[in-house]
Design a protein around this ligand. Structure first.
Ligand code: FUL
Length: 428
């Protein structure tokens, strides 16, 4: 879950210009534990808070700035949202942090000194509040032609991160931990590689175009999975006249992100009380219930799986839910047959590769075996899906009824498949 929270929550803006009076930030009933409750109920694994957005306002009393909670009258200048947030997450939920490099308030922005300030800012957050599971570096900079030009010292920022918190996933347009998916609609490509060529690029310069980030590079030199940031509301910040998306819209996002080998980062912005509002909480709970309903019964359970395999990595391993058991094929193109207990009707097929051995699959075909012959359901031009990656969720145009499926995997190296599962979205 992403939480955009700051002066914009109170002003109605999406991009504050940094001149907002500190007193504007005044959550009446801040309750970060309630954010964690909402995230937990929604089945989220972590929360990333905008500790400093483009307006430069710090949600913690930073010594690097005079535009922070300490200068506001909220809690008489003694408040610290980042502290309350990390305390609330401890033991329940991973905590992560967004710190915008673009800063429309800081007097040093546009000079070399700002790089120093920014490094010290990272140092404060990652020493006094850690360990953070993810550091989010936003690529946005809306300075116009007469705006300030800041040359970010990316090598130093990244070096600082590896010194302070080597285990944190570092997000930027190009990683190195995970990459921006290239849009803010929660949509990874139909083809989505976790690999990307980043030679010669920085998070602000010479980077691949957004459409390329959506797809990644087959055979790319770096491992930089796509993260799909999208807001539950029209804006990133909470505004009184806006409303959350519907469960159907969230499900579409889920299939297009998680179902396309992406990570989903769903923004649920706290309101002026400093709480996730009831309307958003209700949608989150319903979104979780819908996923639980659809993925309740895997019809491949109890099936028999057959395929040529490498020693110790039999086809039946695709049917258990243990992550470290997988089927390893013997060739780059390989078939796997699933013989179900009885005829089943399904319209969703979930496939997972065993990612510790890389992302290999380039396409998957499907045929059904009617006993008297094998009937292809797909063609090489129109496969069941192209890439698989950590997880591929394929939605069929129409439900399929059969008890015998033959999958054909084509891959860069003999495929290693962790799981195949079948679901019926209309089922109870
Ligand atoms: C963008 C920002 O400009 C938006 O305000 C928001 O923070 C979004 C997640 O990233 O680049």
């Amino acid at each position: 879950m992403f939480c955009h929270f700051g002066p914009n929550t109170f002003s109605g803006a999406e991009w504050g210009d940094g001149s907002e009076p500190e007193d504007l930030f005044n959550p009446r009933a801040l309750d970060c534990r309630q954010w964690v409750d909402a995230a937990e109920q929604a089945g989220m694994g972590g929360i990333i808070l905008t500790a400093k957005h483009h307006d430069g306002f710090c949600l913690w009393p930073s010594a690097q700035s005079t535009h922070t909670v300490a200068q506001s009258s909220w809690n008489e200048g003694n408040g610290d949202v980042l502290r309350e947030f990390t305390d609330a997450c401890r033991g329940r939920m991973k905590a992560g942090v967004y710190i915008s490099p673009w800063d429309r308030n800081h007097p040093t922005y546009g000079t070399d000194e700002y790089n120093e300030v920014f490094v010290n800012t990272l140092r404060e957050v990652h020493t006094a509040y850690g360990p953070m599971f993810e550091q989010w570096f936003d690529g946005a900079c809306g300075e116009g032609p007469n705006g300030k030009q800041q040359r970010y010292d990316w090598p130093r920022f990244m070096q600082t991160m590896s010194e302070l918190n080597p285990n944190a996933i570092v997000f930027s347009d190009i990683g190195p931990g995970c990459r921006w998916v290239g849009n803010e609609e929660g949509r990874a490509g139909e083809t989505c590689w976790s690999t990307l060529n980043t030679e010669g690029a920085t998070p602000s310069e010479n980077k691949p175009a957004p459409e390329v980030l959506t797809v990644g590079h087959q055979g790319g030199s770096q491992w930089v999975p796509a993260e799909c940031d999208v807001s539950i509301r029209p804006g990133w910040f909470w505004h009184p006249d806006e409303h959350p998306k519907t469960v159907d819209e969230l499900m579409e996002i889920y299939f297009n992100s998680v179902g396309h080998n992406g990570l989903l980062l769903l923004n649920v912005p706290p309101d002026t009380n400093g709480r996730i509002c009831a309307e958003d909480s209700a949608v989150l709970v319903a979104f979780r219930a819908e996923r639980d309903r659809i993925f309740a019964r895997d019809m491949a359970q109890g099936a028999k799986a057959r395929a040529m395999h490498r020693p110790g990595h039999r086809a039946k391993n695709v049917l258990d839910t243990a992550y470290h058991t997988y089927w390893a094929a013997t060739a780059k193109e390989a078939n796997l047959t699933l013989a179900l207990d009885s005829v089943a009707e399904f319209d969703i097929i979930v496939i997972q590769e065993y990612i510790p051995l890389g992302q290999r699959v380039t396409s998957v075909g499907l045929a059904i075996d009617e006993g008297d012959g094998i009937y292809p359901q797909t063609t090489p031009d129109h496969p069941l899906c192209t890439t698989v990656g950590y997880k591929r969720i394929v939605r069929l145009d129409a439900p399929m009824r059969t008890d015998r499926l033959v999958f054909t995997f084509r891959a860069l190296a003999p495929p290693v498949i962790n799981r195949i599962a079948l679901f019926n979205s209309k089922g109870k």
